[in-house]
Ligand binder design. Structure first.
Ligand SMILES: [Zn+2]
Length: 391
């Protein structure tokens, strides 16, 4: 079984091990060593990234005999029995150590304050989350948990790892999933967890635990959180976002929300008014055109959406008019036939190519997007010629 140096010294970035097995599998190379500093995915913590004999390690897994298999895209050169260098991305690993130990702390804080167990834990490159056995939580309580974590970080509690054959007398936060020797991670005097991951050596290295948001999952809560340097990066971009918003809206930070709500309400009201105006305009235009009695109509309607153009054209075609309606700014054209028996689909290849557009329709309606209006005169001439006579 590979000696997991990653568990005894999680801060070790470089190491020299000895190759015990090397094999080529489907164009890639699998390397086994006597020891490793690479942590393979497990217990909610992702695999490490790094180099083995200067080749990037693409995948890490644990085989059935408990050996760690390092997968590389090329032959690392070293033969069985040879020494081989290893180097992990320590800043990435330390980030996971902070998230992972932060999770132990937070789970115990929630257990003590709310008597709610942590049911699952997930750690990703961006987000970490726990699912807790609680139906709901209010912001005040979340702040209380964050404050409690801050106190325990300031208390600089040592984090210690020990191995136990008999755990019957150890008050673990949760019963372990493994049998036999159990690895116990203790935040001194505060939390005891059975865990096979990598952790920081003192709570002061966690810097801060911040809860980002909560989601309801079935009848429970999923709580997203961030710890340490990741929390600092998160604070940095959120602060920069707030500064940018403040500049853009010309409003002090403390009034941004009120301003955004006000603008949203105004926009909704203006949208409604605009819709009403459009509707009234459409109705007025339709009734005047219907009174006019022209058999062939050609209208440019600036700002009209495709649906409005279609409604306009079909309302008139129902009354026996042939209609061409288009809106340059919306890039749309509609042709509707109310008179004659010309199948408009046969015109498609003559209408859209000169407009660099694409579209289609049915026997009595043609519509589509327009890419360029340069060919409009030509197309209108053709349509006038074909539909203007009502043929
Ligand atoms: Zn852990």
């Amino acid at each position: 079984m590979t000696n997991r140096v990653c568990l005894t010294d999680p801060y070790l970035a470089k190491f020299e091990a000895r190759v015990t097995q090397k094999r080529s599998v489907q164009g890639r190379w699998e390397v086994l060593t006597d020891s490793t500093i690479f942590y393979p995915e497990g217990g909610g913590q992702p695999s490490d990234k790094g180099l083995l004999a200067n080749c990037p390690v693409e995948d890490l897994k644990v085989d059935s005999s408990g050996d760690i298999v390092h997968t590389l895209s090329k032959d690392p050169g070293a033969a069985e029995g040879d020494p081989v260098t290893m180097e992990i991305d320590l800043s990435r690993r330390f980030d996971f150590m902070q998230q992972h130990t932060g999770q132990h702390l937070l789970s115990q804080v929630i257990l003590r304050e709310a008597n709610a167990e942590t049911l699952s834990f997930s750690m990703g490159e961006e987000h970490s989350s726990i699912e807790i056995d609680l139906a709901g939580v209010e912001q005040q309580r979340i702040s209380l948990w964050e404050d409690e974590c801050a106190k325990l970080i300031l208390a600089a509690l040592p984090v210690k790892v020990s191995l136990h054959e008999d755990i019957s007398l150890i008050p673990l936060r949760k019963p372990p999933k493994v049998s036999g020797t159990v690895r116990v991670v203790e935040i001194e005097g505060y939390d005891l967890s059975a865990c096979g991951g990598t952790h920081v050596r003192n709570t002061r290295e966690l810097m801060v635990v911040k809860i980002l948001k909560t989601d309801r999952v079935r009848s429970r809560i999923r709580l997203y959180f961030t710890v340490g340097l990741r929390a600092l990066r998160d604070y940095r971009w959120k602060n920069s976002l707030l500064n940018d918003l403040q500049r853009l809206m010309g409003t002090p930070q403390e009034e941004l929300l009120r301003e955004a709500e006000k603008q949203k309400a105004e926009r909704e009201m203006m949208g409604k008014e605009l819709k009403q105006l459009h509707k009234e305009g459409l109705e007025r235009l339709l009734s005047s055109l219907l009174e006019g009695g022209e058999p062939y109509l050609e209208r440019e309607l600036p700002g009209w959406e495709s649906g409005e153009l279609r409604l306009f054209a079909t309302s008139l075609s129902k009354e026996g008019r042939n209609v061409v309606a288009y809106s340059r700014d919306k890039g749309h054209i509609v042709v509707a036939r109310g008179k004659g028996n010309k199948d408009l689909r046969t015109l498609s290849s003559l209408v859209f190519p000169p407009l660099q557009g694409r579209g289609g329709g049915r026997e009595d309606l043609l519509e589509g997007k327009v890419g360029s209006w340069e060919g409009l005169t030509q197309v209108l001439g053709l349509l006038r010629e074909t539909l203007g006579r009502g043929s």
